[in-house]
Design a binder for this molecule. Structure first.
Ligand code: NDP
Length: 241
């Protein structure tokens, strides 16, 4: 057993999840990394990591991965419910299949993720849930309709969970980033929305690095358990909206 507790991260195969896995690993934590692209996680070669092919839409897969990692490294002390997709599109043109995918991954996937560790945290009266929302979970954009809906869901659930879990000393932090440089735009299938997004991003000088997000989460996590950063809203300085 290591002296730092196990942390678990969904969507660890790229972007913010990858950067956060690296930050916690560098700080000495064993890390359970979950996503569908197993090889990407394995190739990172982080010490004391458990890499599991998990689709967050499958509650049993998450539970099995958590159990396997906990048997090796002890209880999960921080779960980052990060996995998500952004099928941004003008709602008038968007095929309903894209709503289904976003709703299943970004909302039900987050609930499945939280569910896998919440009871244990309550019993131990200790733990941290980091919930991935977005600036699109604080304000709406006309070509982000269903994506915004999923991120408002994460905000609402996080607020409710925070109130429910506070008496058990379990912390709930909701993260609301603006434009971060990751692979997230590969999920935007609508060409007009994609080109407009890129144009806007270029105007602000690009997004900021995912490593900044990973370090910020680590800093918030490292505060004493009785101190909670309830929300982090992090954007490029030049992001106006
Ligand atoms: P990436 O596309 O780089 O990462 C997304 C991650 O989610 C990947 O590891 C992917 O892994 C995983 N994922 C997607 N679907 C599933 C699934 N069904 N089951 C398991 N894992 C899944 O983008 P980001 O790092 O940017 O995205 C991470 C989160 O950050 C998302 O929730 C996104 O909405 C949010 N966000 C991003 C912002 C940005 O500007 N980048 C801004 C605000 C919020 P795999 O495909 O291997 O399964």
């Amino acid at each position: 057993m290591l002296d730092k507790p196990l942390v678990a991260i969904t969507g660890a195969s790229s972007g913010i999840g990858e950067a956060t896995s690296r930050a916690f690993s560098a700080a000495g934590h064993p890390v359970l990394m979950m996503a569908r692209r197993l090889r990407r996680m394995e190739e990172m070669g982080l010490p004391n990591s458990v890499c599991k092919r998990v689709d967050v839409r499958d509650r049993d897969q998450i539970a099995a991965a958590v159990m396997e990692a906990e048997n090796k490294f002890g209880p999960v002390d921080m779960m980052f419910a990060n996995a998500g997709i952004a099928r941004l599109a003008d709602i008038g043109r968007q095929p309903p299949d894209e709503w289904d995918e976003m709703i299943d991954i970004n909302t039900k996937g987050v609930m499945n993720t939280v569910y896998s560790v919440m009871q244990g945290m309550i019993e131990r009266r200790c733990g941290t849930l980091v919930m991935m929302s977005s600036i699109a979970g604080r304000k709406v954009y006309p070509d982000h309709t269903v994506y915004c809906g999923t991120k408002y869901f994460v905000h609402a659930v996080s607020e409710s969970l925070r109130e429910y879990l506070s008496e058990f000393d379990v912390r709930v932090l909701v993260l609301s980033p603006g434009v971060i440089e990751t692979e997230v735009l590969s999920g935007v299938l609508d060409e007009k929305t994609l080109s407009e997004y890129k144009e806007n991003k270029n105007k602000m000088g690009g997004g900021i690095g995912a490593d900044i997000v990973g370090k910020l989460i680590l800093n918030a996590y490292q505060l004493p358990q009785n101190a909670l950063v309830q929300e982090i809203c992090l954007t490029p300085t030049r992001q106006r909206y």
